[in-house]
Design a protein around this ligand. Structure first.
Ligand SMILES: *Cc1c(COP(=O)(O)O)cnc(C)c1O
Length: 378
C-alpha cells in the first residue's frame, strides 16, 4: 500500500520560527510591527501595488472592501456563483443583494459576456474571482465599471503572482483581496491582504482597519493624538503572523517555480486522457498566466467524478471536489432570482482537484497519473 497523499500539505521554508522568535523578542507583537512593514514593502516593490494592508484573512479584506465602497442595504453586487462563501458574505453583511453570474462554458471563471445584462441602477460593484489563480477577462470588466460607474473588487485569494495581459492580478480593480490561508500558494496559517489601487480609499482603509481610529496617522506623527473618526473594526494581524508570512515571501520565486513544475508534470501525464476526451483539463485563456494554484479535472458527470474520488481514495490519494453553487445554497436559494446557472452547477458537480503542494514528489505525481489512467481503462 502506498502512503497517504493528502490533498494539501503546508510548506515551511525553514525561516518561519526564526522570524517569529525575532518578532517575539522585539516585544512588539501587535499589528503593524516590523514584519508587517516588511511584508507591505515586499508586495509594493515586487508587484507595484499602490498600497497594501495585511489583514487577518481574505474574508476580512473583502469585508473591508464592502465598507470602503459604502455598500448599503439594497445595493446589488455582481459576482460568480462558483466561489467561496466569503466573496458573497462580505457584501451580504452590509445588506447587499448578490446577483450571481454564471461561469464560462470552458472555465469556472465568471462569464464576462453575461455581466452587462445583470447591471441595474442599484448595481454598485462587480467582484471577479480569479479561480485557480487564472485571470478573469479584466479588460471588459473594467470597461463596464467605467461605463456604469461601478467599483471592481478582485477576489484574488488564489491569484498571487499571476497576470492578466502582463498586469499583475490584484492591481487592476479599485480594490483586491488576497489570502494566505494554509491552502494557498504562500501562507501564514490564516491571513490576508487588502490591496488599494484607487488612491481615494487609502486613508479610510487605514482607519477602518484600526477600529475606526486615525491611529496609523498618529504613529507616523501626522497627528498629535488619535481618536474615533469613522466606523471600523480590528482587521490587522499580529506581527507574529506577518513574521511567518515574510519567511514565505522571501521564497516566493522558489515556491512558484516548484508549483509550476508540479502543474506541468500533471498536465503532461494527463494530456493524452484529455485529448481522448475522457476528461477536461484546465484551459488557460491567452490573456492569463498560470500561477499553479490548483490542478483540477472536469469529469463527464457527478457520478463519474465521485467514482474517481473513491477510486483514488482506495489508493490513498485524497482528491476533493470544490464549491457548491452559492445560488443554490440553503442560505441564498430563496433570495436568488431563479436564473439557471448551468455552467456553475456543472463545475460544482463535475470538478475534481488533485493533491497539490510544494513537497509533492515526482513519484507521487506519477502514481496519481497512473491511477487516473487505470480508472479510465477499467
Ligand atoms: C480562500 C478563499 C477565500 C477566503 O480566504 P480566507 O483567507 O480564508 O478568508 C475567499 N475567496 C476565495 C476565492 C478563496 O479561494
Amino acid at each position: 500500500m502506498n502512503s497517504i497523499v493528502n490533498f494539501n500539505k503546508p510548506y515551511l521554508t525553514g525561516k518561519e520560527t526564526t522570524y517569529i522568535e525575532q518578532a517575539v523578542q522585539s516585544m512588539k507583537i501587535s499589528g503593524d510591527g516590523m514584519f508587517t512593514k516588511k511584508c507591505h514593502a515586499f508586495f509594493q516593490e515586487k508587484y507595484g501595488f499602490k498600497k497594501c494592508l495585511l489583514t487577518t484573512s481574505c474574508t476580512d479584506a473583502l469585508e473591508m472592501a464592502a465598507l470602503l465602497i459604502n455598500i448599503e442595504p439594497g445595493d446589488e453586487v455582481i459576482m460568480p456563483s462558483f466561489t467561496f462563501v466569503s466573496t458573497a458574505n462580505a457584501f451580504v453583511l452590509r445588506g447587499a443583494k448578490i446577483v450571481f453570474a454564471d461561469s464560462m462554458p470552458d472555465h469556472p471563471n465568471m462569464d464576462v459576456s453575461l455581466i452587462e445584462a445583470l447591471i441595474t441602477p442599484k448595481t454598485k460593484a462587480i467582484v471577479p474571482v480569479h479561480y485557480a489563480g487564472v485571470a478573469c477577462d479584466m479588460g471588459p470588466i473594467m470597461e463596464l465599471a467605467e461605463k456604469y460607474n461601478l467599483f471592481v473588487i478582485e477576489d484574488a485569494a488564489q491569484a498571487i503572482d499571476s497576470y492578466y495581459k502582463g498586469r499583475v492580478l490584484g492591481s487592476i480593480g479599485h480594490l483586491a483581496a488576497f489570502s494566505f490561508h494554509e491552502t494557498k500558494n504562500v501562507i501564514s496559517g490564516e491571513g490576508g491582504m487588502l490591496v488599494i489601487n484607487d488612491q481615494r480609499f487609502i486613508q479610510r482603509a487605514e482607519i477602518i482597519r484600526e477600529k475606526g481610529t486615525n491611529r496609523s496617522k498618529f504613529f507616523r506623527g501626522e497627528v498629535d493624538k488619535y481618536g474615533w473618526v469613522d466606523i471600523g473594526s480590528s482587521f490587522l494581524p499580529s506581527d507574529i503572523i506577518a513574521a511567518f508570512l515574510f519567511a514565505q515571501l522571501e521564497n516566493i520565486d522558489k515556491i512558484q517555480a516548484k508549483r509550476i513544475e508540479i502543474w506541468d508534470a500533471y498536465y503532461k501525464g494527463l494530456e493524452s486522457l484529455g485529448l481522448e476526451g475522457k476528461l477536461g483539463l484546465q484551459l488557460m485563456p491567452t490573456y492569463a498566466t498560470n500561477n499553479a494554484h490548483m490542478f483540477f479535472l472536469v469529469l463527464k458527470n457527478q457520478e463519474e467524478r465521485d467514482a474517481l474520488i473513491s477510486f483514488l481514495k482506495a489508493r490513498n490519494i485524497h482528491s476533493v471536489f470544490h464549491y457548491l453553487s452559492l445560488h443554490k445554497s440553503d442560505f441564498y436559494q430563496e433570495k436568488h432570482d431563479g436564473r439557471i446557472l448551468a455552467n456553475c452547477d456543472r463545475y460544482a458537480n463535475n470538478l475534481l482537484r488533485l493533491p497539490f503542494f510544494y513537497e509533492l514528489s515526482k513519484e507521487q505525481i506519477d502514481n496519481i497519473v497512473e491511477s487516473i489512467k487505470s480508472f479510465f481503462s477499467e
